[in-house]
Design a protein around this ligand. Structure first.
Ligand SMILES: [Zn+2]
Length: 382
């Protein structure tokens, strides 16, 4: 396609860029164009686009152009020649202005072309304004002058690179943030998550939105019991290591990847800091217990027989692990890794009942950092 009063792409005298009519796929042929000629190349296919949200990146196009008036922030209606399409038909340039679409850079000196279905972004014009465009086999990205990604696009089946005007991760809304962090923090419930943010209990948590519908598929599936054990609100111990709660869970239905069937859980009463160990046999429990006491220098801790604390913790860990496995289709034999992750997260994000301190802070004396937390992924290799 050419833009200009007297230039026709399909006149062989004007161009070597010839698109045979019988070929459905448009061919992109290189051709040098003088910058002041106000001309444009684009694959024919883009002109048949029927989604008005797609923007095609055109390396031969000297101006941005669209046929959709609503994209313009400012528009001056004026005659400006015509555009010749691949099939020989012509459209008039009827105006000029600045395009403003959420997620796209501001596109100045853009043409309003009567009847143009596709939205075209001129790569040369973008480059002149300091943006860079990267192309790879499947994607393209527009980078801001500081190197940050502004937009990502896809390569379509007909070999055009196009963008759907959409805001990318740098601009995640606060509502999306709360959903993302809900997942990163082991599907922590939304109310507790907001409390963490509100009272600044951890480091590295961004500002979260207030509104969340609170419905999450994996949570609904994985958290079978609605009513939890009643939380003990009062501190009966005065310092860490005064009292330990321990329990052995298992045998689990599925053997873990490392061949374990039991989970030995130990909870410090004061901080509620929790350790988990995975055992092959029940008989290994005492060895683990001894190891724990030595590595943490416990001196004859009291261990009550009856305790709701560790039972509650067991249930929380199992639920978190189940939801994490469900939400990312992680194989079931990775349950030990999931429990371990749940324990790691829990120590850093659960507030000790009756306080505004996380277990980590009560145990280590400083607020935990959560900025590096990611969601549990299935496609890791071991
Ligand atoms: Zn969830």
């Amino acid at each position: 396609m050419f833009l200009g009063k007297n230039i026709d792409l399909h006149d062989p005298r004007n161009s070597r860029a010839h698109v045979p009519k019988a070929t459905k796929k448009a061919k992109i042929v290189a051709k040098w164009i003088r910058k002041n000629e106000n001309v444009c190349h684009v694959a024919q296919i883009a002109l048949k686009a029927n989604s008005s949200n797609f923007w095609y990146l055109d390396s031969g196009c000297s101006r941005h152009m669209t046929g959709n008036k609503s994209f313009f922030e400012t528009l001056v209606m004026e005659e400006g020649g015509n555009v010749t399409f691949g099939d020989g038909s012509k459209r008039n340039v009827v105006g000029k202005g600045t395009i403003s679409v959420p997620g796209l850079p501001s596109l100045s000196n853009a043409l309003f072309v009567d009847g143009l279905k596709a939205n075209l972004i001129s790569i040369s014009h973008l480059s002149d304004e300091g943006y860079s465009v990267l192309f790879s086999k499947d994607y393209c990205s527009i980078l801001k002058p500081d190197g940050q990604t502004l937009l990502k696009g896809m390569r379509s089946s007909d070999n055009c690179y196009c963008l759907e005007a959409r805001i990318v991760s740098n601009h995640v809304s606060m509502d999306e943030q709360i959903e993302l962090w809900h997942e990163r923090l082991g599907h922590m419930n939304f109310r507790d998550l907001r409390t963490l943010g509100k009272f600044n209990c951890v480091r590295g948590l961004p500002k979260l939105g207030k509104k969340a519908n609170g419905i999450c598929g994996p949570c609904q599936q994985g958290k079978q019991t609605k009513s939890m054990h009643k939380k003990g609100k009062y501190l009966t111990t005065k310092e860490p290591l005064e009292l330990l709660h321990m329990d052995l869970m298992g045998p689990m239905q599925t053997e873990s990847l490392g061949g374990k069937r039991y989970i030995f859980v130990c909870v410090d009463d004061f901080s509620r800091f929790t350790w988990t160990y995975f055992l092959r046999e029940k008989s290994e429990t005492f060895d683990k217990f001894k190891m724990l006491c030595i590595s943490h220098e416990f001196s004859a801790p009291r261990t009550p027989q009856q305790n709701g604390v560790v039972e509650r913790k067991n249930r929380v860990l199992q639920e978190m692990a189940r939801v994490m496995l469900l939400s990312n289709n992680v194989p079931r034999n990775l349950w030990a890794e999931a429990i371990n992750t749940a324990c790691y997260i829990g120590n850093r994000v659960f507030l000790r009942p009756g306080t505004r301190n996380t277990s980590y802070e009560l145990w280590k004396g400083k607020r935990p950092n959560v900025s590096y937390f990611h969601t549990l992924e299935a496609n890791a290799t071991f």
